[in-house]
Design a protein around this ligand. Structure first.
Ligand code: CO
Length: 210
């Protein structure tokens, strides 16, 4: 049996178990999706969005990329954000980073990784901005973890500064942007308490408590 055949078998069992407990689940879901949350997270296989927040298909709109970065010229991410805010009317956008992120770690070494180094330059920019704070820490692990948090703060700020979110707030749409970080060592999410619900609440350049 091929490794991928196992996945198809898993899928059959999964679909059957859902159908057994909720016979109309897929039928209902096929007609519409009405998620209340947009998740912007890292592609890392250890951070499966729906699973770690206990949400079923249809309940979480998801965008993932390496190191959960929101860049104002990334039409992929912006299209997801626009659709989520303007068509699905999500009420919450959650930027969730994770400790020990490989994309963040890469910033601390001089190794070359090819194309992706251009993408990771966005994190290098965050590093440069907070260099003093980061250098005050002694271990590399602490530095990586703090930069993982600071990267979330920056990306929350980037989400808030998009025309999409600004326009939503101008229309009076209820929309809160959150910054969370997930611990791959304990499976727990920490709220960085930097939620923004309008222009007047734009995050400070440095989060409280870190
Ligand atoms: Co990561």
């Amino acid at each position: 049996m091929k490794l991928t055949d196992e996945l198809i078998e898993n899928n059959k069992r999964w679909a059957m178990s859902i159908k057994e407990s909720r016979p109309d689940f897929f039928e209902k879901l096929s007609k519409q999706q009405a998620p209340k949350f947009l998740w912007i997270g890292c592609s890392d296989s250890r951070v499966p969005a729906n699973e770690i927040v206990g949400l079923l298909p249809g309940e979480l709109f998801v965008h993932r990329n390496v190191a959960n970065i929101v860049v104002h010229t990334d039409f992929n991410c912006l299209s997801v954000l626009q659709y989520a805010v303007e068509q699905l009317n999500v009420e919450h956008v959650i930027v969730c980073g994770h400790y020990g992120c490989g994309g963040v770690k890469a910033v601390f070494s001089d190794d070359k990784h090819g194309l992706i180094d251009n993408w990771l330059q966005n994190i290098k920019d965050v590093y440069d901005r907070y260099q003093e704070k980061l250098n005050a820490l002694s271990s590399e692990e602490q530095k990586v973890d703090l930069l993982c948090e600071l990267n979330v703060v920056e990306q929350v700020s980037n989400v808030c500064r998009t025309t999409i979110v600004q326009d939503a707030w101008d229309r009076g749409q209820k929309l809160i942007v959150h910054g969370w970080i997930y611990g791959i060592r304990d499976g727990l999410i920490k709220d960085l308490n930097i939620s923004v619900g309008g222009r007047q609440h734009l995050p400070p350049s440095y989060p409280p408590g870190v």
